[in-house]
Design a binder for this molecule. Structure first.
Ligand SMILES: [Zn+2]
Length: 251
């Protein structure tokens, strides 16, 4: 008879724990069949979801799950995100590779909003000066490079080492041309297999104040002129920020 109150207390605590946000850890947020872009726009963002691709040196894979769920008896539905700042489609700020570089919260909004050009890179290995020279790249351009990476590398659940990246000399060339944004359809613009290519390309662009849009989903986007709308999460003094990025054709 004396044990009955203890049982009741335990049952009561179980009910409280299961219904209160903060005590329940549900499963991963289900990936949908796709994300609808506004009509007349291309959505070039990679959705944040459990099982998405991530850079192999990240300390942990992206973890995105329902923290509480009304369907399972909680009062509210809420999600928990455990991700690094370079998850999914994201902007690298100069601070990423430059010690006193500008940050995500310093970023001028016109770095990622305005006229942009998508060019198609044919080289199956890397983006080189010789191919860029054909495009008459102009000062102030927002330049997005579509390569054979689309859509395989960003739709994969695992990182692949087989992707097209930016050559070091090509990064210097883009700096000379005075672009304001460089985008690529891969989670990083450089490649660790090519000597110091990763720091070299990032330091060249970011050192010149050029923001970088990584992991843009360009598979369905034909080369051409676009209006780009893209804003990273406003992380104070952030080195990078996941973003939603959309393109509207201009011709
Ligand atoms: Zn990055």
């Amino acid at each position: 008879m004396k044990r009955l109150p203890a049982v009741i207390v335990v049952l009561f605590l179980m009910v409280v724990c299961l219904s209160a946000p903060g005590w329940t850890q549900m499963g991963p947020v289900k990936a949908g069949s796709g994300v609808k872009a506004p009509q007349g726009w291309y959505d070039i963002s990679v959705p944040l979801k459990q099982g998405m691709v991530y850079y192999p040196t990240d300390p942990v894979p992206p973890k995105i799950y329902r923290y509480s769920d009304r369907a399972l008896g909680s009062m509210v539905t809420m999600s928990m995100l455990e991700i690094i700042s370079h998850t999914g489609t994201h902007i690298d700020a100069p601070l990423h590779f430059i010690a006193d570089g500008s940050t995500i919260s310093d970023m001028p909004l016109d770095a990622t909003i305005g006229h942009a050009r998508v060019i198609e890179i044919k080289d199956p290995a890397k983006i080189r000066v010789a191919e860029l020279e054909k495009y008459n790249i102009r000062k102030g351009e927002r330049l997005l490079c579509k390569t054979r990476n689309s859509p395989g590398v960003y739709e994969a659940s695992r990182y692949t080492e087989d992707y097209v990246y930016l050559d070091g000399d090509a990064a210097d060339y883009l700096v000379q041309k005075g672009i304001v944004l460089f985008g690529l359809d891969n989670i990083t613009i450089g490649h660790a297999k090519d000597g110091n290519n990763v720091p070299r390309t990032h330091q060249a662009l970011l050192g010149a104040g050029i923001y970088i849009l990584e992991n843009c989903a360009l598979a369905k986007v034909p080369p051409g002129e676009y209006e780009l709308v893209c804003l990273p999460l406003l992380m104070y003094n952030g080195d990078a920020g996941p973003c939603r990025a959309i393109l509207r054709p201009l011709n």
